[in-house]
Design a protein. Sequence first.
Length: 62
Amino acid sequence: MNAPASLIDDEIAKVLAYHGGDAQAAIKALLEDREFLLREVEIASLAVSYGYTRGWKPGRPR
């Protein structure tokens, strides 16, 4: 995540614009996308050997 701050600000503006300026709807959509991606990583980890990942297993943030 080494993107310049202006690029991040542009992305934030695009997400908010997509959701009509509703910050709560934008956050909800991003959290739902995050959950989907976490499930995808969990499923993919089942197909990857323990040695390949050097013991790393996906987990939910605390």
